[in-house]
Design a protein around this ligand. Structure first.
Ligand code: TLP
Length: 341
């Protein structure tokens, strides 16, 4: 099977498995797991933040960040299509009493004016509690928010006294594509969530980074949301290998996504915006997405049909050049029945 559903399907590398087997562990709820502590220190150092917290998932990391930054009854400004709204099953409302306020964001990039105009202070309205960006932006196609725009929104947030959080589930992809160090990439934000379990291939884990004070408060919410883990060093060991060895190679995934998109754009019946293919994702539209996904699966290629007409393909470290060629052939053949239907 060529599995292009997500980069979350990646399995730990041999080096990760060895590090996991040999990891020194302790009870992390007591702060006594040396491997978790090492991963947190390494992440803080690489991102330029004072502190980091090892979280089980990207969703929990985002939700803990929201709960820590904003009080109940406040609004969270986020780009349309944001994962915190679309794919975290309403957790911001249910767990933290927050209200999403989505702003227009072509390619995941909001206009500064739209963010500014969405900020509320009136006595009659739920006030704004924080601003969130997503980079890369999943639903927009794995697109990149340029640093200049992130910084402009950061300046606005600072002027308005609002915390600024980044859902950087695929921040490593964005930083590599932008040619930036992780520290430079994370600089505009008060907190950043970075997933180890996607393109970097760790089996589990997301890092939440911020000031010492923020991470201290986030620690309480992680426990409240059920994320206090015990001998988590077994998992953190893979995370350390991910940070040390798996970031630079993401450029290969981006090149393969580009090749896949270029090939697909030549096929009749497919509508694809090549401008949206900036990292490791390819979205395209087709008359009947579930039917095409079904035929692709029969021929050995897995994808995600994300709606009646939308398909997402994601490259990652198990996908080789020859898999891209095979996938293109399979899709071309699988398309024909839908064209003649
Ligand atoms: N996204 C998953 C699915 O939930 C859609 C995927 O396959 O892309 N932020 C962003 C931008 C994400 O894309 C994801 C995962 C998360 C957060 C949540 O991460 P997890 O799955 O670890 O909770």
């Amino acid at each position: 099977m060529i599995d292009l559903r997500s980069d979350t399907v990646t399995k730990p590398t041999a080096v990760m498995r060895k590090a996991m087997a040999e990891a020194e562990v302790g009870d992390d709820v007591y702060g006594e797991d040396p491997t978790v502590n090492r991963l947190q220190a390494l992440t803080a150092e690489m991102t330029g933040f004072e502190a980091a917290l090892f979280m089980p998932t990207g969703s929990q990391s985002n939700q803990v960040a929201l709960a820590t930054h904003a009080a109940r009854g406040y609004e969270v400004i986020a780009p349309e299509g944001a994962h915190i709204y679309e794919y975290e099953i309403g957790a911001l409302c249910v767990l933290s009493g927050l209200i999403p306020r989505l702003v227009k964001a072509p390619y995941g990039i909001p206009e500064v004016k739209d963010v500014h105009d969405a900020i509320k202070r009136s006595i009659h309205q739920a006030p704004t509690g924080m601003i969130v960006l997503e980079n890369t932006h999943n639903k927009a196609g794995g697109t990149i928010v340029p640093m200049a725009r992130s910084q402009q929104i950061a300046d606005l947030a600072k002027n308005e006294g609002l915390p600024f959080h980044l859902d950087g589930a695929r921040g490593f992809n964005a930083a590599v594509a932008l040619g930036l160090s992780l520290e430079a990439f994370c600089k505009p934000y008060d907190s950043v969530s970075l997933c180890l379990s996607k393109g970097l291939g760790a089996p589990v884990g997301t890092m939440l980074v911020g000031s010492k004070d923020f991470i201290g408060r986030a620690h309480r919410y992680r426990k409240m949301f059920g994320g206090g883990m015990r001998q988590a060093g077994i998992l953190a060991a893979a995370g350390i290998v991910a940070l040390e060895t798996m970031i630079d190679r993401l450029a290969e995934d981006h090149a393969r996504a580009k090749a896949l998109a270029t090939g697909l754009s030549k096929l009749e019946g497919i509508s694809l915006d090549l401008n949206s293919v900036q990292t490791n994702m390819v979205y395209f539209s087709i008359a009947d997405a579930p039917a095409l996904a079904g035929r692709m699966k029969e021929a050995g290629v897995l994808c995600n049909a994300l709606g009646p007409t939308s398909i997402r393909l994601v490259t990652h470290h198990h996908i080789r050049d020859e898999d891209i060629e095979t996938a293109l052939k399979v899709i071309e053949e699988a398309l024909e029945p839908s064209l003649s239907a």
